[in-house]
Design a protein around this ligand. Structure first.
Ligand SMILES: [Zn+2]
Length: 363
């Protein structure tokens, strides 16, 4: 099991192109250097050896490390540490993501009880339980990863960071399927299992206190609806039961879920694009809006770095340092010449050059 290194939308696009010359992959932001890696550590545990052995057998974290290292540039190393914490928790602090055995243990018990109630004792398997527990671990790991990347990349966010971290987790789970799961049922199930986990946590503490309302996290009940809604928004067919047979999401929220999902994915594409390791020219070609914004950022950065010169001079420095015809456009012309892409695709590239005023057309 392995995550693919390209988002679904790109995968669909690539699938439509017969030949993908990987040697032509480009780094969209060469000035941001990759100086670090993600590392995995299991801290010695007294009480949870069983869980350590199980996690190592599942290889869940071991699979995430290469995916993360092949996907993101890092300015320094980031540790993912599985440890005994003294409380059921997971958090990011000073370059370290800590996943506590107590949290894994709690999820395990919560789902075992839930399965007993829903399916009846003896009517579910350890495999069913392990699947749901790993699903919740996946969501929580990427929630903490959201906190980590917001700090590391100094990403602008607005809105409670806890909700933003949930959104990042949804981005990874719903947009990056495992290689042997092209329909992404695992990512979808990871969202809904975690939603259920929040619902169960809410039922454990039915009396809401002022502390709960004041918390930096949304209420467990709200997180249930958020996760369910975003999963639904990404694939309304897969989650049709949420309104047709089971009453997961009320109509007044359901009608916004697809829009919420698309808005979030658009934001994360733009926020993270400068920090992805590399992209094929098809990505840049497909995402000209993002590319335009990226070029503008590069231009303003070059201006900042060029020192205390007059603004006219700064403008010149910035312009000289950016090739007028981007590499991906140059490649599209080459591929058209080699009959690897259609005339329509070439015309779209020309339209982009016109929209960016690289080609000027008098009307
Ligand atoms: Zn958090």
């Amino acid at each position: 099991m392995k995550k693919t290194f390209i988002p679904i939308f790109l995968g669909i696009f690539l699938a439509s192109v017969l030949f993908v010359p990987s040697a032509l992959a480009v780094d969209p932001n060469p000035s941001y250097q990759d100086k670090g890696d993600f590392y995995l550590t299991y801290e010695p545990t007294e009480d949870f050896q069983e869980y350590e052995d199980w996690l190592k057998a599942e290889q869940y974290f071991e699979i995430q490390i290469p995916f993360l290292n092949e996907t993101f540039k890092l300015p320094h190393d980031v540790d993912i540490i599985i440890a005994e914490c003294g409380e059921a928790n997971a958090y990011y602090f000073q370059g370290q993501i800590i996943m506590c055995y107590e949290f894994i243990n709690q999820t395990d018990y919560r789902f075992a009880n839930y399965f007993d109630i829903v399916y009846g004792e003896g009517n579910w398997t350890t495999e069913d339980l392990n699947y749901s527990v790993i699903n919740v671990i996946e969501n929580v790991l990427y929630h903490e990863m959201g906190h980590a990347l917001i700090e590391i990349y100094e990403l602008p966010t607005t809105g409670p960071e806890e909700s933003v971290a949930d959104q990042f987790s949804a981005f990874i789970l719903l947009e990056f399927p495992y290689e042997d799961d092209p329909t992404n049922s695992i990512g979808q199930d990871a969202m809904t299992d975690t939603a259920i986990d929040y619902w169960l946590a809410a039922e454990e503490n039915p009396d809401l206190t002022h502390t709960a309302f004041a918390d930096t996290h949304a209420l467990n009940q709200q997180r249930f609806y958020d996760l369910a809604c975003w999963a639904y928004g990404s694939d309304p067919d897969y989650h049709k039961y949420m309104w047709s047979s089971e009453n997961w999401i009320p109509e007044n929220r359901l009608q916004w879920c697809e829009w919420e999902y698309e808005t979030m994915m658009y934001a994360w594409d733009i926020l993270l694009a400068p920090f992805f390791k590399d992209f094929s020219p098809e990505f840049l070609y497909n995402y000209e809006d993002w590319f335009y914004q990226y070029m503008q950022t590069q231009q303003s950065q070059t201006q900042l770095e060029s020192g205390p010169e007059s603004s006219a001079q700064q403008g010149m420095v910035a312009q000289e340092s950016i090739p007028k015809v981007p590499d991906w456009v140059r490649n599209i012309f080459i591929w058209y010449g080699e009959e690897k892409i259609s005339e329509d695709e070439l015309l779209n590239a020309i339209k982009f050059l016109v929209s960016q005023e690289i080609i000027k057309v008098s009307s």
